[in-house]
Design a protein around this ligand. Sequence first.
Ligand SMILES: Nc1ncnc2c1ncn2[C@@H]1O[C@H](COP(=O)(O)OP(=O)(O)OP(=O)(O)O)[C@@H](O)[C@H]1O
Ligand SMILES: [Mg+2]
Length: 493
Amino acid sequence: MSLFDRILHKWLFRSLANQLLITYLLVITIALMAVSLWALVAIRKESLTDLQNTLEVEAVNLGLEIDNDLVLDSPQARRRIQTAVERRATRLGVAIVVVDKDGRLLSDSSPPMALKNLSNEQEINEALAGVISNTTRSEPASNINWLYVAYPVRSMGETTGVIRVGVALTEIERRLKRDLIVFLEIIFATGVVTILISLWLANRVNRPVKEMSALAKQISISGDFSAFLPVSRKDEIGELCISFNQMIGRLREQERMRQEFIANASHELKTPTMAIGSVVEALQAGAAEDPKMRSQFLQSLERLTDRLTSLIQDLLDISKLDSGAEARGQESVSINALIAEAVEQVRAHAEKKGVDLSLKLADGEVPDSSEGAVAAEPKIVGNYLQLLRAITNILTNAVNYTPEGGAVSVTSRLIEGKVSVRIQDTGVGIEPADLPHIFERFYRADKARTRETGGTGLGLAITREIIARHHGTVDVESTVGKGSSFTIQLPLR
Ligand SMILES: Nc1ncnc2c1ncn2[C@@H]1O[C@H](COP(=O)(O)OP(=O)(O)OP(=O)(O)O)[C@@H](O)[C@H]1O
Ligand SMILES: [Mg+2]
């Protein structure tokens, strides 16, 4: 590759605008050249036909004037022919030749040409055979193109001679050359205008694209989403700018949520850690000497480490769900076995709290009267441990937020290819203002109360994430003072 080639290659393929420019230029030039060529050929043909017709009319008129003299073949007749030929030739600026029926030259308007042997010329031979003939040819002596029309003069069904009228094509050719120059000028001017328009257009398209790419580069280097792109247009580029800004907005929102999550998580971790620190300090300060106090402090140490462990487990679960790492574990899960196990897990806790726990499963009794409509063993596809976690979180809440003497019931039903699990309690209920937020991370309806029970506000967030991954939904209804009802719906296999 030569240096020029390399520069051209670089110039062309580094810029979209240049590629467009070259394409436009090529298409326009080729189209204009084709049109010009066609026009020139058409003009030339048209002019030649016009000229031919004129020459033919001239030949016919001359034929009418000299046809008698041609038959006579006397010196006087020849002189009359010569006079007529010269008169017409000078009047019209053409060259006229007359030959007799044997091809011998009788008269010539321009003497030097008379030296030639005319019987060899094709158009005269054709005319002698009786047809009007015309031809264009370059005369070797002058290198000028001529148009000839040869006309047979006939008398009583016989060809008595041929009149050939010729004209030099210099004038037509000059005109065609002039037209060609005009066409080339138009092509050149169009090319220049195309280049200017393309440059303007390219600049218009390129500027926002360059701004966008600069901003994207800045974001990728510094991670700073503070700037938006200016949107000043309504076309596709404007739309792209809007989408780009929406993407920046989304990134900002995600970044804000990430920072909030870290702040919340550190805060939640700090509380029990500091409490452990003070208990250890108290033990060191002498509380360990007294057996009663020692066992009390050790118990609270155990509670605090349990809380820390479960908090760390929640955080790990959330980050695993976020990264999608556990999304793969797909198995066939028996929904009733799952619910039964979840209930068993919280049973001890419920008994300790004095909360009644009841269970009603879909295939224990057929929910609708149509016989055999329900499969004996409803199954879903998913991750058993995750689903168990999702249900226990809701069940634990139900027991936690229900005072002594209350009741928690779990029912499962099959509706239209779905299983619906309902966990209902007669607990404290949730304020309408809190309801839309309880599935958010770290959200607790009653901050003071839940501190006692040790909640961090991650349980329902984890549940919602898991259920969403299994293409299901979680809904809640609640009345303050009466109780809450959570419903999970999952598609059956
Ligand atoms: N059955 C319920 N009755 C009343 N309030 C509830 C119930 N379930 C959830 N809540 C409210 O919703 C909030 C969020 O519940 P979530 O399970 O996410 O957090 P948590 O129970 O406080 O903490 P943890 O992360 O330990 O589960 C709770 O703090 C509580 O205020
Ligand atoms: Mg909870």
